[in-house]
Design a protein around this ligand. Structure first.
Ligand code: COA
Ligand code: AMP
Length: 625
């Protein structure tokens, strides 16, 4: 069956389709119930099935005779370290660490927060939680103490697992002071913290609360995986929404396992024994699905890369890793390749490496701009596949299927076709389906396939209001786009206040809350503007209260550093402009879209009042000066 037929079958005949796919999972108790509707009107998958995600990713492969195959490759050009773990070794590490967290009082259903750099211990901690049925919540290392505190209060983790530091090229970032500050700030207090001491920094531990990873691990004994229900949560992953408070996307165990195995085979064309590399971070969904769970469940070797696309040591870094570990498929964000193309425009460094094992390049996290698509295609002579997905879905909603039996061409600017089980439609503001080539809201007709979010942690109401109530019968993705007359899908950008900066998803609403918290700020707006490297960067426009005597420079510095210290360096406001007033509609809404269009040099929607025209003129002068 070809990809498109499979895709249609999977939606029309979803019960049978996913029942068949679920057979590839080594369940402890195979499910009898395939799909059911819960009280939220949402789909639960495989409710009576029982399994363990850590078993599927580890022990199962040992049973299949792959114990001596490499499971995890750690490559850190930043620290000059390399380490490989076979399935036997990784299983032992995980089984022992599961005992460590169990001894800290963590049991099934308890939350564990993981705030780690890109070291093997991050994956070990995740898999150890899964082994005992605890729910992990990984927080990206680039987030500051305040963000960590918000997540601690929401997830209420019994234990926090962290490391003494992260390393950003040449900067060593001490994590422990950030963690201490976050715990101090949070209302909820975890009962203990387990800290992995890296050689670059030894963190000081608080007696009675903090424990040393290595000491506890040495004393631990390996424990077996427990059976959990398919619908028991595997993890919570916080992602930016339109308000200041991040959304805790909840993922199940059973649907996730089916989706991971399915996507490794049908989206990425991977087989056991091959090497898959997602050059991302475990703090993002890409890292969860395709650094840790997907490749390991599929019996592949996966790479945990603690480095950058450039400067570690040069723009040939990705190609070096691909050659060294015979990577078959590489997945990263367009921004990473834009950075490479900027430093090595002719692809000279690429010529230094033998990339004969590399078959495909996958891109996601933001729109793959045609220039980068053509550059990659020309320089690598490989299929370049832009595929679209979100933290919420956990795996690709759309891709261009390039299997042996699916010779469909990729198209520049398009993310291809919906993947099996996802029925994507373009809707107008009233929820009416739009014809080909008309741009609108990108929505997914319910039910969604296995692996997508179950709810927002502790907030069913936010789950329904964010995704389900705008257009009943659909999940609203927050993206805008269109489908052309040959069925290719184009994702053109968010329609809400979420922006994508260097593949990192950030909320402008959250940045506005931070700016508004400064006593000099009367009002403000943060918008995402185009950037040739990072895709988008945030721009802050701030109106200052009367009577403030600080200089513009002082205010600008203070506001920029406030955002940086409260959200994190990844949210740096590279540009912040102090303005007299903000353009608003009569009802007082800030004209964000118009501002964005004006700054990006697009054609403006005609302002409706003379007042708006005047304010925009003023702003335009200020921004160009
Ligand atoms: N911990 C601490 N700080 C971090 C961090 C982390 N894990 N990740 C990023 N930062 C910091 C950086 O050091 C930088 O700080 P600075 O302003 O003091 O220099 C800031 O956050 C911005 O980082 P970044 O957005 O990564 O920009 P950059 O200019 O350092 O690098 C790229 C640009 C394109 C090379 C880089 O963004 C990149 O590799 N992007 C790929 C992203 C990706 O893979 N996303 C996953 C989606 S699939
Ligand atoms: P995240 O949840 O961090 O993965 O971010 C999801 C958002 O990133 C989506 O809603 C899109 O706005 C954007 N995105 C991800 N992949 C793509 C893609 N291939 N093309 C366009 N936008 C994308």
């Amino acid at each position: 069956m070809g990809f498109i037929d499979k895709q249609q079958q999977a939606f029309k005949n979803n019960k049978n389709y996913w029942k068949e796919q679920a057979e590839s999972v080594a369940w402890f108790t195979p499910p009898q119930s395939i799909l059911s509707t819960n009280q939220l009107g949402w789909t639960d998958w495989f409710t009576d099935g029982e399994l363990n995600t850590s078993y599927l990713a580890l022990d199962y492969h040992i049973e299949q005779g792959r114990g001596e195959q490499i499971a995890l490759i750690y490559d850190s050009p930043i620290t000059q370290q390399k380490q490989q773990f076979t399935y036997n070794q990784l299983t032992k590490q995980v089984a022992k660490f599961a005992h460590v967290i169990q001894k800290q009082g963590v049991s099934q259903g308890d939350r564990v927060l993981i705030y780690m750099p890109m070291i093997p211990q991050a994956a070990i901690a995740m898999l150890a939680c899964a082994r005992i049925g605890a729910i992990h919540s990984v927080v990206f290392g680039g987030f500051a103490a305040n963000e960590l505190a918000v997540r601690i209060d929401d997830a209420e983790p019994k234990v926090v697992i962290s490391a003494s530091c992260g390393i950003e090229i040449e900067k060593v970032i001490p994590y422990k002071p950030l963690l201490d500050k976050a715990i101090e700030k949070a209302e909820y207090k975890p009962s203990s913290c387990i800290i992995y001491q890296r050689e670059q920094i030894t963190a000081s531990l608080i007696e009675g609360r903090d424990y040393d990873w290595q000491t506890l691990h040495q004393k631990a004994k390996p424990i077996a995986p427990v059976a959990v229900k398919s619908t028991d949560p595997l993890y919570i992953l916080y992602t930016s929404g339109t308000t200041g408070k991040p959304k805790g996307v909840v993922r199940d165990n059973g649907g996730h396992a089916v989706a991971m195995l399915y996507s490794m085979k049908h989206v990425y064309g991977m087989k056991a024994g091959e090497t898959f590399w997602a050059a991302s971070d475990v703090g993002w969904v890409v890292g969860h699905s395709y650094i840790v769970y997907g490749p390991l469940m599929a019996g592949c070797s996966t790479i945990l890369y603690e480095g950058k696309p450039i400067k570690t040591p040069d723009a040939g870094a990705f190609w070096r890793v691909c050659e060294e570990y015979q990577v078959k498929a590489l997945f990263s964000a367009p921004t990473a390749f834009r950075a490479i193309a900027k430093e090595d425009p002719n692809g000279a460094l690429l010529q230094n490496y033998d990339l004969s094992n590399l078959q495909r390049l996958y891109l996601a996290g933001e729109r793959l701009d045609p220039a980068t698509y053509y550059w990659l295609k020309e320089k690598t002579q490989l299929p370049v596949i832009d595929h679209w997905w979100q933290t919420e879905t956990g795996w690709a909603i759309a891709t261009t299927p390039l299997g042996e039996d699916n010779n469909i061409e990729t198209k520049a600017g398009s993310t291809g076709f919906p993947v099996s089980g996802f029925k994507v439609e373009i809707l107008d503001t009233y929820g009416k389906a739009l014809p080909a080539n008309k741009q609108g809201t990108v929505a997914i007709k319910l039910p969604m396939p296995p692996g997508c979010l179950m709810t927002v942690w502790q907030d069913n109401e936010r789950f329904t209001s964010s995704y389900l109530s705008t257009h009943p019968g659909y999940y609203v993705t927050g993206d805008g786009g269109y489908i052309d007359d040959t069925g290719y899908l184009y994702i053109m950008g968010r329609t809400d206040d979420v922006i994508n900066v260097a593949g990192h998803r950030l909320s402008t609403g959250e940045m506005e809350e931070v700016l508004s918290g400064h006593n000099a700020v009367a009002e403000c707006a943060v918008i995402g503007i185009q950037d040739s490297l990072k895709g988008q960067v945030p721009l802050g426009l701030v109106v200052i209260k009367n009577g403030i005597t600080d200089t513009v420079q002082e205010l600008t510095d203070a506001l920029k550093s406030k955002v940086r210290s409260e959200i994190g360096a990844i949210a740096s406001l590279k540009k912040l402009v102090i303005v007299e007033r903000l353009p608003k509609t009569r009802s007082g809404k800030i004209l964000r879209k118009t501002l964005r269009q004006m700054i990006d040099g697009e054609q403006l929607e005609v302002p409706s009042t003379i007042e708006e025209v005047n304010v925009l003129d003023e702003l335009s002068l200020k921004l160009t000066s």
